[in-house]
Design a protein around this ligand. Structure first.
Ligand SMILES: Nc1ncnc2c1ncn2[C@@H]1O[C@H](COP(=O)(O)OP(=O)(O)OP(=O)(O)O)[C@@H](O)[C@H]1O
Length: 975
């Protein structure tokens, strides 16, 4: 037998372990109502995986299927049912010959357990095992009275599952369901993946740009580091040398400063010494002045005494006789003449001296006038030079004030690309050739040199956009040099005043050589205009010639020239300024000399004026005295002549007082002369002091200049030191190198070109703006992820396509199997229907034959002699008979290993029950039947009967019964 045994324990009314053994093809289960027959049926369905409590006719919880106890029995804690199958015919896809399926449930824990051949398993394993064996949930294995009665009333779609089970497509349906779930999942994954891909794609665009930028940045940086190290080493070397040179200059200047300071100190000491001497002289002069006053007083006293003496004499004379009078008078005449002569001599001496000093004073005055005039004139010259200096400095600071376009382009040179500078900045004229070069360049002085034509166009566009004026541009890459012919060179070099070609008189960076030779290569410099004309003639007026003054003989012979003193160009301005500064320094020294000279003369003049004043006072005083003495002498002489007309007064004797007076006057003269000499000495000392002071002033000026030079040099040194540190820092920060290590890495490259390239690279790096250095890495990571996701997407799409294909295949298989089974059943139905109904006809049809997979199943029946087509209109018995006909048609079409009928024939009359029973025995060689029944007709066909009873304790009990016992039980029950 296929189902060999059922072991029930604790399930519903089977509280005790009950074993139903099946040894026959048709086993009947009989018993009174409510004894637990259908519970056997439920138990089988439960083991086969039923999850619906409703189908199991139980409460809301699955634990309700556990024996719940009765008045006389306690409830049990566990339900356990085991089905034992014979699998020798391999109904189950398992190698085992016997399959034992167990399900158990604990009340306390609501814990369900499943076993196949005593091995724990999942419910799914049981479902899989029984699928398409005919034992499935919706199969024909277990048919109840309810199923039968509802079959006819069911909707066509509800009937379909029965046919599907019969057709064995459930496994495909399940697989399709799983595939559809997979497909759904795949689609969800695809959607999610697409979202991620969209997001990644969104990030990829900007990241790719950033990565390109970062790569560009790295390329620039690599090139920069490959040359900048050498440039930095070169710079550091040059800075070290410059700093060393500045230090030397500083040392020299400091030494000079110290020596000047020492000489200044010495000069101060000298001045102090001189001042001391001057004070000493002052004291001496003062003393002599005292002595002079004293001598003058004494002289005055002597004069007074002399006057008194003379009065006494006159008195004596009046009293004396003639002889005495003659002697006395003679002596007086002598004395008066001596005095007169003495004063006269002295007066003459003083007058001569006064005249001398007056003359000297006048000369000094004259000289001073001239010097003052000269000072004014030189000061004016100095001021003019200074004014010019200011003009030039302004011009150098803002060389393109009047070239609006040039100014605008230079201001914007950092935002424009390829602006290399203005010709006047790039070509530097040698010192004495500035005028000539300026004339040779003419207007191209203000032309702007660009890297190429595109840069020029960009700059012109900028000027236009901003309405900032006009400018002329010289694209460097198309500048072709122009040179004179060999013949012109020879002729020029043999010409008088030949100073070479203009391109030889400028200095520039190597990259501007072509530009230089383009503008100046065929311009000749000749010393002056006469020679230039001569040379032009010899060159047949084919070459432009400029002179040192800036005059021009153009090719063709036209000439330009004249003065443009106040129209310096940016080319000449610096040279003129340098010259001007020298001139100003020279002029300052000149003015200082004149002022010095003027001061000296003024000082001399003061001195002379003092001396003249002193002399004038002396002369005035002496003139009075001289007049008095003269009158006195003349009057005495006249008196004496009257008395002694022939007598010679020379015989007269001198008096002592007269001698004393003469001595006194001599002394006074001596003192005056000493004072004068001392004054001279004092003046000389004063002059020396002044000279020293002048020297000190000069020294101080020089020291100030030196100090400012030292200060400038120190600033310069600090600046260079800062550059040096910045270069060293850059080496350290940018390249993690010490200077010594960098020296080893230094390459033999053209440093000038490299410097320009460094600037270009730095500008290019600046133009890049913010750079995300991680961008390439991020880009490649995201790109990798993107590509991976793309791959995944393709895989998923392929998987999805495969699933769809599998579904299509399954659909196809299901269609074929379903259609085949449907036709097979349909074919069987008509015969069985006729047999069951004793005629008539029945036919199954698909509601929608186009949609085999979903179509409902319609039944068209026509019992013999009846025209009723609507199934609803048939009686309950007829409906059951139709359903049973279909059931048997299915059994005919497909062999079922086990069928459990639970009172399916209940509604049939006796004749139909017999037909039903006959069919059972007809199928019994193919299928095993377990039939719960109350009908004797059915019981008669059963080879074995189990009776189930239930006593007061509410527990179902099993007993094997004979047919007659069963009928007896039945009759008893019915009565
Ligand atoms: N969990 C349970 N515990 C105890 N008894 C239960 C439980 N569930 C159902 N029963 C009992 O099982 C009996 C119903 O059994 P069942 O329906 O199998 O009877 P039956 O023999 O098929 O009756 P009928 O001939 O009228 O169809 C009832 O008496 C019911 O009390």
């Amino acid at each position: 037998m296929f189902l060999k045994r059922i072991e029930i324990q604790g399930f519903k009314s089977f509280a005790d372990k009950t074993i139903l053994q099946f040894d026959h093809n048709i086993t009947g289960i009989v018993g009174p109502n409510g004894c637990g027959k259908s519970n056997v049926n439920d138990a089988i369905r439960w083991v086969l995986g039923e999850q619906s409590t409703k189908s199991l006719r139980s409460g809301t919880s699955m634990t309700d299927i556990i024996f719940s106890g009765s008045e006389y029995r306690k409830p049990v804690n566990m339900a356990k049912v085991t089905l034992v199958f014979d699998n020798t015919t391999k109904v189950f896809d398992s190698p085992f010959e016997e399959i034992e399926i167990t399900r158990q449930l604990q009340r306390s824990t609501n814990e369900a357990s499943y076993f196949i051949n005593k091995t724990p398993c999942r419910l799914k394993d049981i479902n899989d095992l029984v699928m398409d064996t005919g034992l499935g949930r919706d199969s024909l294995s277990i048919i109840t009275q309810g199923n039968i009665s509802s079959f006819a009333d069911a909707k066509p779609e509800e009937r379909r599952s029965l046919f599907e089970e019969a057709a064995g497509v459930a496994k495909y349906k399940k697989r399709k369901k799983v595939s559809l779930q997979k497909l759904e999942k795949t689609k969800e994954n695809l959607d999610r993946l697409q979202d991620i891909l969209d997001e990644l794609e969104h990030q990829l665009g900007p990241l790719e740009k950033q990565a390109k930028k970062a790569k560009q940045y790295k390329t620039y940086k690599e090139e920069l580091s490959s040359i900048e190290i050498s440039v930095l080493v070169e710079e550091i070397e040059a800075l070290n040398e410059e700093i060393e040179a500045i230090k030397n200059t500083l040392f020299e200047n400091n030494t000079i400063h110290v020596s000047k300071e020492a000489s200044l100190n010495q000069q101060e000491i000298d001045i102090q010494e001189l001042r001391k001497e001057m004070h000493a002289l002052d004291r001496q002069i003062n003393d002599l002045q005292g002595e002079y006053t004293k001598a003058m007083e004494e002289s005055y006293q002597l004069e007074k005494r002399k006057v008194e003496l003379d009065e006494k004499r006159k008195y004596r004379l009046r009293q004396a006789d003639a002889l005495e009078r003659k002697d006395e008078l003679s002596q007086m005449v002598q004395e008066a003449r001596f005095e007169f002569e003495d004063r006269k001599n002295r007066l003459q001496r003083l007058q001569a001296e006064l005249e001398l000093h007056t003359k000297s004073l006048n000369m000094l005055k004259q000289k001073s006038g001239g010097i003052i005039q000269q000072n004014v004139e030189e000061q004016q010259v100095l001021q003019q030079l200074k004014n010019r200096q200011q003009v030039l400095e302004n011009m150098i600071r803002q060389p393109f004030t009047h070239q609006q376009g040039v100014k605008a382009v230079l201001s914007a040179r950092h935002s424009l690309s390829g602006i290399l500078g203005v010709v006047s900045e790039l070509l530097i004229a040698k010192d004495d050739r500035a005028n000539a070069i300026s004339s040779a360049l003419q207007a191209s002085i203000y032309h702007i040199v660009t890297k190429d034509e595109a840069s020029a166009r960009e700059a012109i566009g900028y000027l236009k956009r901003n309405r900032s004026g006009r400018a002329t541009f010289l694209p460097l890459d198309i500048m072709r040099p122009r040179y004179p012919s060999k013949e012109q060179k020879v002729i020029a070099s043999q010409s008088k005043g030949y100073l070479g070609w203009a391109n030889e008189s400028v200095e520039c960076k190597e990259i501007f050589n072509d530009l230089r030779d383009r503008l100046l290569g065929n311009v000749l410099i000749i010393d002056n205009l006469v020679n230039a004309n001569e040379c032009a003639k010899r060159l047949r007026y084919q070459v432009k010639i400029v002179t040192l003054d800036g005059d021009i003989v153009h090719a063709g012979g036209s000439m330009t020239g004249g003065t443009n003193r106040h129209q310096s160009t940016p080319v000449t301005a610096q040279h003129e300024l340098n010259r001007l500064k020298e001139q100003i320094e020279g002029q300052k020294i000149k003015v200082a000399h004149i002022s010095e000279e003027n001061r000296l003369i003024e000082s001399k003049m003061d001195n002379e004026t003092d001396t003249c004043m002193q002399l004038q006072i002396e002369v005035a005083k002496l003139e009075n005295i001289f007049q008095t003495k003269k009158e006195k002498y003349e009057s005495l002489q006249a008196e004496y002549n009257e008395l002694v007309p022939q007598e010679n007064t020379q015989d007269l004797q001198e008096d002592d007082i007269v001698v004393l007076m003469s001595k006194m006057h001599a002394r006074i003269d001596e003192i005056t002369s000493s004072i004068s000499s001392l004054r001279k000495r004092r003046y000389d000392k004063g002059s020396m002091v002044e000279q020293l002071e002048n020297q000190m002033r000069m020294t101080r000026r020089e020291m100030n200049a030196l100090q400012s030079e030292i200060h400038d040099a120190e600033l310069q040194q600090a600046k260079k030191q800062a550059y040096l540190e910045s270069a060293l820092n850059r080496l350290n920060a940018d390249y993690q190198m010490t200077y010594e290590y960098a020296c080893e890495q230094r390459k033999e490259i053209d440093i000038e070109k490299a410097k320009d390239r460094v600037v270009e690279l730095r500008q290019a790096i600046n133009r890049l703006g913010n750079v995300n250095l991680d961008a390439p890495q991020q880009y490649s990571e995201i790109k990798e992820r993107f590509d991976f996701m793309q791959g995944q997407k393709v895989d998923l799409e392929q998987a999805s396509a495969q699933i769809l294909q599998a579904i299509d295949e399954m659909d196809e298989t299901m269609k074929i199997q379903f259609t085949e089974m449907f036709h097979k059943i349909n074919k069987e139905l008509d015969g069985i229907f006729k047999a069951m109904f004793g005629g008539g006809k029945a036919r199954l049809s698909m509601v929608d034959p186009q949609d085999v997979l979903n179509t409902g199943i319609e039944i068209d029946v026509q019992p013999p002699g009846k025209m009723v087509k609507n199934l609803q209109s048939f009686s309950g018995g007829e409906k059951a008979l139709i359903a049973i006909s279909v059931l048997f048609a299915i059994l005919q079409a497909r062999t079922m290993p086990l069928c459990i009928f639970d009172e399916v024939e209940a509604a049939l009359d006796q004749a139909n029950v017999e037909r039903f029973a006959k069919y059972l025995s007809h199928f019994s060689d193919r299928s095993q039947f377990i039939v719960v029944t109350h009908r004797p007709g059915t019981m008669e066909q059963c080879e074995m009967l189990y009776g189930i009873t239930m006593q007061k304790d509410g527990v179902s009990k099993l007993l094997k019964v004979q047919l007659k016992d069963a009928v007896h039980i039945l009759e008893k029950e019915e009565s």
